[in-house]
Design a protein around this ligand. Sequence first.
Ligand SMILES: O=P(O)(O)OC[C@H]1O[C@](O)(CO)[C@@H](O)[C@H]1O
Length: 301
Amino acid sequence: MILTVTLNAALDVTYGVDDLRPHTTHRVRTVRTRAGGKGVNVSRVLNALGHDTVVTGFVGGATGQAIRAELAEAGLAAELTEIQAESRRTVAVVSAGDATLFSEPGPAVTEAEWATFLARFTALAGQADLVVLSGSLPPGLPAGVYRELLDIVAGRVPTVLDADGEALRQGVAGNPTAVKPNAAELRAVTGVADPAAAARKLIDGGASAVLASGGPAGLLAITAAGSWRARPPRRLAGNPTGAGDACVAALAAGLAQEHSWPQILREAVALSAAAVLHPLAGSFDLAAYQGFLPTIMVEIG
Ligand SMILES: O=P(O)(O)OC[C@H]1O[C@](O)(CO)[C@@H](O)[C@H]1O
């Protein structure tokens, strides 16, 4: 079972508009609502690929109920901790083949709620074959919480961390098997502009491998066994929200199945590209994924 942690779960609203122009009124053409947050999206993709997966994290209020209901409707197993404050929403506005994301900060989590979650996480992590920690932290939780969760897993099973800023910096010291920052996050957390040099800093800090995503520039894997690079099949128009989560899903699935790094990179690039072609974060175009897979070239780099 692959356990995904979404500490700041959301109800993701996706608006389709003709043309996004700041400071003007927009008539929304399509509205889609589903449970989100990065770990939820990772589980949704894993589930679609046929992997056994469980979502954990916090939900609260009416928005939390809507998140629970949609997860159940989607057939995703969830072990969620109820909190007093209201879960957040995000709004992705999709127009002209790209997306603009508005992400609410999320609900405050109290110390008592964190303690309840920790007990649940410890039990779930004991049954998991791999643990994914993904997304922003809700207000009230210190930046060291991913490190705390990684210390509970203590290297018993592979772990994947997708975070940014201080949560990533501190999380790396918990020795995750892999981290997946994008190029901007990597630069911000290390202060180093070159992605390969910045990734090596995270390895020196405790991560075993770094997958650095650069959007159209492709994906770079820096590991103890070597470094590889793969590019997307072509420039793709669609909804890139959630493409990073599809990449994390491929990384988690590949590690769980002990695939080689070049194979993981190929799957991650194909799955992220196929996710851009699907209108909703957390889903991907299966036919496009199968079509892209044999075309992705992996270079040593
Ligand atoms: O936790 P955050 O970093 O704020 O990201 C959450 C958001 O990102 C997405 O997961 C896309 O990656 C959305 O579904 C949305 O919920």
